[in-house]
Each structure stands twice: as C-alpha cells, then as structure tokens.
Design a protein around this ligand. Structure first.
Ligand code: SF4
Length: 463
C-alpha cells in the first residue's frame, strides 16, 4: 500500500497532545505516516481547543491558510477534531466549506473508518457522538516513541460545570478508565523505555468517584509500585478534591514528583462562588498548607482568570493577595473571555478589555518576582534530573541537554554524548549542581557518582 502523509496541528492542552499522539497511532494501519510538511500531507488534521476565544481564533486562522492548499492539491483531506469540532459540529462546514471531516473528542477510535469513508466515498462527515463509556483500547500507547516521558489518560470529561468553562459540554461527563488497563499501559511503556509518566485528566483527583473503581490515591500507590518507573506526575487537579490521602501521597510515594498544579482561578470568595468553584480562598489556602506540611519543598503552580464578570478592583486585589500568600513557583494567567454554552457568558457587569489587560499585566509582573526568587534559590543545590533529550538551544560546538527536576523546573547542562549515554543506560536520574537561574530555566553542571565532572563553565566540558 502506498504511504500517505499525515500532518497534525495540535492546539491546546496536554489532553490534546495525547489525543494527537493517539490519532497518529490509530491511522498507522491506513498507511499514514506523520510529516512536518503541510505541502507533503495527504491528510491534515487540526486538533482544536475551545477553552479560550484566542485558541478558537487560532483554529480558524490556521484553517483559512489551508483553503489555497486544498484547491491546489487534489485528494487532500482536511479534518477538524477536538473541542471546537465538538462544540461547533457541522457549523464548521459553513465557515470553512473545504473541510471534509469534523470529529468530536470521543470519536478518535472511529477515525480509521471515518477517514476511509471520506477517501472512498468522497463524502463530508460529522461525527460528534459522546459516549458514557471509555472503551478505546486501540488508541492507547503501549510503545515508547524514543522519549523518556509519556502521557497516560486516566479519565475524560468533567462534572464540575465551572461557569466560565466549556469542558463539560465538549468533553462530556466524567468517565474514569479501568485501573487495570491504566496499569497495563504504564507497564508496557516502562518496558519500552519510558521513565516518567504523567497521568492525565480534566480533574484527576476525582478519578474513580463516579464509577467506584478505585480512588486516585489508591491508583497512585499502584503506579508507584511499577518496577522500572522513575517518576510520576499528574495533571490537572481541582482544589475541592484534594483529599488527605492524596496529600499523604506526597510524603509517602517515592516516585511521585514534588509538584502540583492547583488552579485557584481567583482569590475572591465572591468571584469563586460566581465561578462555581466550590471552595473558598480559606479552604484553598488550607490545602496548600497541608501539601507543604507533607512535602515542604513541593512546587506549587496555578491558573488564574482576570476580569471575570463582576470582578471589582477589590476582588482583583484579593487575587494578588493570594499570590503573595502562596508564593507560587509559577502560574498561568488569562483574561476572561465568554465561551459558548458556558453560564458566565450571560453574566452582567463585564470588565472592559483595557481593564483586563492592565490587571493581567500587573498580576504576571507580581508572579515574575516570585518565580525569579524561587529559581534563584536553586543555585548551589544538587538536583536529580530526568534527561529528556538535546536542549532546544543546542550549541553547535558542544552537546547541551535538557531535563527536569522533580519540581518540574527545566535544567540545561553540557555533557559529552557518550558519557551521558553510558550513565543513562543504567536507567538513572542525573545529579546536576545548579549554577545559574533564568526566568524559565536553570543551568547546571553534571556530577556523576564517580565524581567525574562533565562540564566546566558553560562552553567546555571534560570527562
Ligand atoms: S473543573 Fe471546571 S475548569 Fe476544570 S475542566 Fe471542569 S468545568 Fe472546566
């Protein structure tokens, strides 16, 4: 069979990254091989995100660029998947008539059939059916693709209905995956060389609650016992579902990384209530204190929305106070935007764009101060890092590598490739003494157990 080429443009979160990897795997039997060239592609898939207006704009601006290509290349198939596809359905054909297939967030396992139908019948198809089950075995990843890290989905959807969020509408109700299947996927990945896995879900802390399979902390314990696995991460967490058992995991599970992403969204109780977040600022702080009690050097990151409808200057000041109180390691912050179906779109007292912009700028400036301070605190410390591969800013004259600390900080270092490969073959983390800190990363010097230093200064290394 002739090889065909597949180009995937992934917009959005880690769930979408994972889904795109599944898409590439599931289309292999149809002889689709991934390419980074749009011109070479026979099938272009846009895996979309609807969480913010800006992400959705990105989707349509990318699709706009494809119309010329579609006219030029006979037989080119263009498919739109993910959250915007789920949300808009066949309306996508009206806006972009050259699209052949619209498939929803739970249609990925049906993709081979859908693509085959488009190829043979030249029909346009919409498939956005949501399911109550999570029976998609064929899309999971049982083989390492050469990386040290991998994502593993443990649940889908969300039942929380935060008033600004589209996820319950585009990803459906919360469904937890069978724990035996999760463990089997992780063991297979570890056997093929993966050293760190990130458990994924919209709200991993409530894993199993709806279906009574096992609690999230029980699942973590079982994952922690998998031989050969060096690290476990998870994302995303809802503050209301952080149980004492989960807090204890940070103290008791040796492979669980010292990092939690705990979206606060606001520091004002009035706004948290309007957001339907189901916790108060005080309850949120209590959970943070418990986490730090169990694991004093845990890194805490968060998400914030500024300019939610009705957010006064006083509400905003409370959010700044929360950032000062918690001293986050890092945050993501966004301006509020109305989303289709989300309840807050109908809320009154919208904050002006100008005001939102100003609030976002000030909030990010405040956080930058804490991020820089926290990064500086690493200087002189020896950190165990998991090497992920060559550094993005690879210096041609020397080999530079990148990895992460348990606290999820990026660390770059120089090291001879052979020496490093030798060390990594023992399935180990590498010890790095941190020498410099930057706004988004650290620079360090590797020290192996036999005390051979693999780097002297930034430009040279020696064994
Ligand atoms: S918890 Fe809230 S913000 Fe997170 S996915 Fe569910 S509805 Fe959206």
């Amino acid at each position: 069979m002739k090889t065909k080429y597949l180009y995937i443009n992934t917009i959005g979160c880690q769930m979408n990254v994972y889904d795109s990897e599944s898409i590439a795997r599931i289309l292999l039997p149809l002889n689709y091989k991934e390419t980074l060239s749009l011109e070479k592609a026979d099938l272009i898939i846009v895996n979309t995100c609807a969480i913010r207006e800006k992400a959705e704009q990105k989707v349509f601006s990318f699709l706009g660029r494809l119309s010329k290509l579609k006219r030029k290349k006979k037989g080119l198939i263009i498919a739109v998947g993910g959250c915007v596809a789920q949300q808009e359905g066949k309306k996508i054909f009206t806006r972009t008539p050259f699209v052949d297939l619209v498939f929803g967030t739970q249609s990925i396992n049906r993709l081979p059939f859908l693509i085959k139908t488009v190829e043979t019948k030249k029909e346009r198809i919409v498939d956005i059916k949501l399911s109550e089950y999570m029976d998609e075995k064929k899309r999971y990843n049982y083989k390492n693709n050469g990386k040290a890290t991998a994502f593993v989905t443990i649940m889908r959807g969300c039942d929380n209905y935060c008033t600004y969020c589209v996820v319950p509408y585009v990803r459906g109700q919360e469904i937890s995956r069978n724990s035996e299947e999760i463990l089997y996927e992780i063991k297979s990945l570890v056997d093929s060389g993966v050293k760190e896995i990130t458990l994924l879900g919209q709200n991993v802390n409530s894993y199993g609650e709806r279906h009574g399979v096992s609690s999230f902390s029980e699942l973590l314990l079982r994952v922690n016992n998998i031989k050969g696995l060096l690290r476990i991460r998870f994302t995303t967490s809802h503050p209301k579902d952080i149980s004492d058992d989960l807090v204890a995991c940070f103290k008791n599970l040796s492979r669980l990384c010292k990092h939690i992403h705990l979206p606060a969204q606001s520091g004002s109780n009035q706004i948290l209530k309007k957001m339907n977040r189901k916790y108060s600022k005080e309850e949120y702080i209590e959970k943070i204190d418990k986490l730090r009690g169990a694991c004093p050097d845990i890194a805490i990151t968060s998400d914030f929305i500024v300019g939610f409808p009705g957010e006064t200057r006083a509400d905003y000041a409370e959010t700044l106070d929360l950032i000062k109180r918690v001293e986050y390691d890092n945050i993501f912050a966004f301006k509020y935007s109305d989303r289709p179906n989300a309840a807050a779109a109908a809320f009154l007292n919208k904050v002006s764009e100008e005001e939102k912009k100003e609030r976002l700028k000030n909030l990010l400036n405040l956080q930058q101060h804490y991020t820089a301070l926290k990064n500086q605190n690493y200087i002189g410390r020896t950190e165990a890092i998991l090497v992920e591969g060559p550094s993005k800013k690879q210096n041609k004259s020397i080999s530079e590598w990148t990895g992460r600390t348990s606290t999820n900080r990026i660390v770059n270092f120089a090291c001879d490739e052979k020496i490093l490969a030798n060390e990594l073959s023992a399935n180990k983390l590498i010890n790095v003494i941190i020498e410099k800190s930057f706004s988004n990363s650290l620079w360090g010097r590797v020290v192996f157990n036999n005390q051979k230093a693999c780097h002297k200064g930034k430009k040279n290394y020696a064994a």
